[in-house]
Design a protein around this ligand. Structure first.
Ligand code: M6R
Length: 609
């Protein structure tokens, strides 16, 4: 939920930290801070508000000199956003500074213990407890002091720590919150993710839970929680810095919407050879695939919505029960999972705490875990039995777009792969879907050409304060995503309803001028969708319909406005249908003057429960 970065090297640390934080700001942006060690000791600067406030305060970093430091951009959990609650948090003597992503669950007991020993506290944060505890145990070796504290703190944490008595060492610690190390010639980094450091190095180490690392200008050493040295593999990141920059677009979200055809090509094309879906080094053998008796899809937010579409598609392709669960509910609902249950975990970041916890619960119950993840080497990827990466490239905007599309494509590929082995599809149908999958990126390009129409509708509707998305089956699942996209970035209240449910209560909310986005892409249920359009129109609704080109004429007779998508195989309709909904939300948010890439109260990666 927060972004952390640390640098030790032969250059001025503060500007490097600020640049890294700017790339991590999507993780949290209510306050920011840095601590840098230089000739005049450990200097800390922090400020409530966006990173720009801090940057101005320290003159883009020129005001704080030193070649070692840590930085933080915050999404508040304990203590409101304020200068004093911002990180770094420092110990009472000012000797130890800590940046933290995560939550220390037993901070209240630890604080009581420290207060009992005369330690004064200045902030409301759980993180200050860590800084004070380290100082309490410090006897000249910061690594040892941190090691002692780790056995006392509970919860999730990625920590960056500096101590002014040992100004050539940075300490990194990780448990249930992401942290990577970036390796260079005369410098080393710690960071919440690769985007913060890709400008400087592509060689990274992914830290495991319970590990510590000691970084100096010339090297990095990793340890387990008993402070025994551990060997770590160095990974080479192969994407370019441009992928994490706006490249001339006003917003990351728009750039990422536009990148979808290419992201789909990267995700799908290498996995189709000679008309067959192939997964190289796939960890599930054909016997297991034939024995699966249930698929459970577990995810949060938009990834959950992918699961909702996935349920319709997989059940149709495999004739196998597919349950979809919100990861935050899964572990508390005593799920029925056994060794023949395949648990499909979907996550862009691979770090969502609820999803991670659900994965562990499913594993404990004996399920096999297949994850669909975008961030290579992330926690969820590492703890899964099998990983299918989405290859969408870095997604920076808080509102997900290209990750959703590529996740959906991977679910479809998975369905086809399994259907082949379980013999639940005819050759002909299999061939048709493959062909349409290959055409998907170019059809998506056609959709992206109609941005002007969508802009027009956004200008008509941007000042509405309540919107309903209605649809049936896959169109309902699509509506859930359309509705989330709209509310998260434009702050307009919106809800998605299965059209058939309207008459059981919701229709009482429809009155003159209520905007209803009617999703009618699903050929089989088009007539039902039309009836619902008529139903809400007759109650005064303003209907904006989304349908396929072949139904445009009929829909055009009734709806007030209409967006069309090309026809494709019914399984793939949500992959095309989601794009106009993303664009509609984007333009509406733009016209309302919202902060599109960083919507209020949200963060890209949700590493708290
Ligand atoms: O990284 P994940 O896919 O696990 O994230 C799950 C949700 O937090 C995420 O999809 C969220 O709903 C997006 N902001 C929606 O745009």
């Amino acid at each position: 939920m927060c972004g952390i970065v640390g640098y030790v090297g032969n250059q001025e640390a503060a500007p490097i930290l600020l640049d890294g934080l700017a790339r991590l700001e999507y993780r949290g942006y209510d306050s920011a801070g840095v601590a840098v060690f230089g000739n005049s000791g450990l200097k800390v600067a922090k400020a409530k508000g966006r990173l720009r406030v801090l940057s101005d305060q320290i003159q883009e970093g020129r005001a704080i000199q030193g070649q070692l430091g840590i930085g933080h951009t915050r999404w508040a959990t304990h203590g409101a956003p304020s200068d004093v609650n911002s990180h770094p948090q420092v110990s009472q003597s000012g000797k130890i500074a800590v940046v933290h992503n995560g939550i220390i669950e037993n901070y209240a007991q630890l604080k009581e213990f420290l207060v009992g020993h005369g330690v004064p506290f200045t902030s409301e944060t759980d993180t200050e407890v860590v800084a004070q505890m380290i100082e309490y145990f410090y006897d000249g070796d910061i690594l040892k002091a941190v090691g002692r504290v780790l056995h006392r703190i509970e919860g999730a944490y990625a920590l960056g720590i500096v101590c002014s008595d040992e100004p050539d060492r940075l300490i990194a610690v990780r448990k249930d919150s992401p942290l990577i190390l970036g390796l260079g010639e005369d410098f080393n980094f710690l960071a919440s993710d690769v985007t913060a450091i890709i400008k400087h190095t592509r060689d990274v180490i992914y830290m495991e839970d319970g590990e510590l690392a000691e970084l100096t200008q010339t090297g990095v050493r990793c340890y387990n929680n008993l402070l025994e040295s551990v060997e770590k593999e160095v990974f080479h990141v192969d994407w370019e810095i441009d992928a994490a920059e706006k490249g001339g677009y006003e917003h990351f979200m728009f750039k990422e919407i536009m990148e979808q055809p290419e992201a789909l090509r990267r995700t799908v094309f290498p996995r189709i050879k000679d008309g067959e879906v192939i997964f190289e080094d796939f960890g599930l053998d054909d016997d297991y695939i034939r024995q699966i008796n249930k698929i459970y899809i577990v995810a949060c937010g938009s990834s959950y919505h992918v699961g909702m579409v996935g349920k319709y598609n997989l059940e149709q392709l495999l004739r196998l029960p597919v349950e979809v669960a919100l990861a935050s509910e899964f572990r508390y609902m005593e799920p029925i999972v056994d060794e023949r249950t395949l648990v499909v975990v979907i996550s862009q970041s691979g770090e969502t705490l609820d999803t991670m916890a659900a994965l562990r619960e499913a594993k404990r119950l004996g399920g096999k875990i297949l994850s669909i993840v975008n961030v290579v080497g992330s926690s969820i990827a590492r703890e899964s039995d099998v990983v299918l990466y989405t290859w969408a490239g870095p997604e920076i905007a808080v509102a997900t777009t290209k990750a959703y599309s590529t996740q959906l494509a991977v679910v479809d590929l998975l369905g086809l792969y399994f259907a082949r082995r379980r013999e639940t599809m005819t050759e002909e149908r299999y061939g048709q879907v493959i062909q349409e999958l290959l055409l998907l990126p170019s059809k998506l390009e056609q959709v992206l050409e109609s941005t002007q129409d969508i802009q027009y509708y956004a200008s008509q509707y941007f000042n509405h304060d309540s919107v309903f998305f209605i649809g049936r089956n896959m169109d309902y699942a699509l509506g859930l995503e359309g509705s989330l996209k709209l509310k998260e970035i434009s702050y307009i209240h919106s809800e998605a309803y299965a059209s058939g449910e309207l008459k059981h209560g919701t229709i009482s909310l429809i009155e003159d001028g209520t905007l209803v986005v009617a999703l009618a892409t699903y050929d089989k249920l088009f007539d039902k969708a039309m009836s619902n359009v008529v139903e809400v129109k007759s109650r005064g609704a303003d209907v904006l319909a989304l349908t396929t080109k072949n139904h445009a004429e009929e829909m055009g007779k009734t709806a007030n406005g209409m967006i069309t998508i090309p026809t494709t195989d019914e399984l793939l309709l949500p992959s095309l249908g989601v794009v106009p909904l993303q664009l509609l939300s984007y333009y509406i948010a733009l016209m309302r003057g919202c902060d599109i890439d960083k919507p209020r109260n949200l963060a890209k990666s949700v590493t708290v429960e």
